[in-house]
Design a binder for this molecule. Structure first.
Ligand SMILES: [Zn+2]
Length: 286
């Protein structure tokens, strides 16, 4: 019975995929974006990200929030420039949530990269890096971007001037619906909030994409660019970008107890094993 249910689902998936492709497949880069999405799906990147999201939701409910965490600098700049909290549910304009979601998304992808839950030092190293500026200023080429990374007041002002072409909004909604259909069998509350977080990130990236091409209307190509950027973020080589000076602690060998104080440009995961062969653990400074 299970087999036939699966078969039905795969068939439904194929039908939806083909429907979307028939409507939009003629647009340059649509097949490239779909191919990349399917790659990440088949390699279970999305599944893992969703599990990390589920865990972060659970721990949010049980733990008190830690005061010793960095401030969200880009959000502060956004607020200074008049960007408001989200007013309506299905509003695709820029709000506080856009920036918060981008930070949270980065945290999950860093956790995916490290293969473990983040500790405070990880969050500092990530937030004190220039990754958010890089992504908003360089989009899908953020990892090789070498321009001016400084997001000035003008950038935040422009974000609020950008609006959507109707056609692009329609494409955005249909594309996202297709991808969510791929990702989830169930559509509970957690799936819905995860999906919203992804939407917030894509909305922000689409706005950036429009600004960077000197345009105040988001078109389909800007939307596609936002997806390519999202996929690139998922495969980020974080060790190159995070600010390692926030790893101020020691690594200690579980076998011989020898300890080593990390230097400014070193992270715990730069070391795989002690010279005696023992496993290492990281002890952060209190
Ligand atoms: Zn050792």
């Amino acid at each position: 019975m299970l087999g036939s249910e699966n078969e039905n689902e795969v068939n439904e998936l194929k039908i939806r995929y083909n429907e979307f492709y028939t409507e939009f497949g003629h647009i340059y880069e649509v097949s490239r974006v779909l191919r990349k999405f399917r790659y990440l799906w088949e390699e279970k990147y999305w599944e893992t990200l969703f599990k990390l999201y589920e865990n972060s939701m659970k721990s949010l409910n049980t733990q008190k929030s830690d005061e010793n965490l960095p401030e969200n600098i880009v959000l502060i700049k956004a607020i200074e420039n008049g960007i408001q909290p989200k007013k309506e549910r299905n509003d695709f304009s820029i709000s506080h949530e856009s920036f918060i979601s981008l930070y949270h998304f980065f945290e999950k992808v860093y956790s995916l990269y490290l293969g473990r839950n983040l500790i405070n030092d990880d969050i500092w190293a990530l937030n004190e890096s220039d990754l958010v500026e890089r992504v908003l200023g360089g989009l899908d080429r953020f990892d090789v971007f070498r321009g001016n990374l400084f997001l000035d007041d003008e950038f935040f002002q422009l974000l609020q001037k950008v609006s959507w072409e109707e056609e692009a909004k329609d494409f955005f909604v249909k594309f996202h619906t297709l991808l969510i259909y791929f990702l989830f069998e169930n559509h509970g509350k957690t799936e819905l909030t995860f999906s919203k977080e992804i939407i917030n990130v894509l909305v922000l990236l689409s706005h950036s994409s429009a600004i960077l091409s000197d345009n105040f209307k988001i078109n389909i190509h800007h939307v596609l660019k936002s997806y390519l950027t999202l996929f690139r973020i998922i495969q980020t080589e974080f060790s190159v970008f995070v600010n390692k000076k926030y790893y101020e602690g020691y690594i200690v060998c579980k076998n011989c107890d020898e300890s080593y104080r990390l230097l400014e440009n070193e992270a715990p995961y730069d070391f795989s094993r002690c010279s005696c062969g023992g496993d290492l653990k990281y002890i952060s400074l209190p």
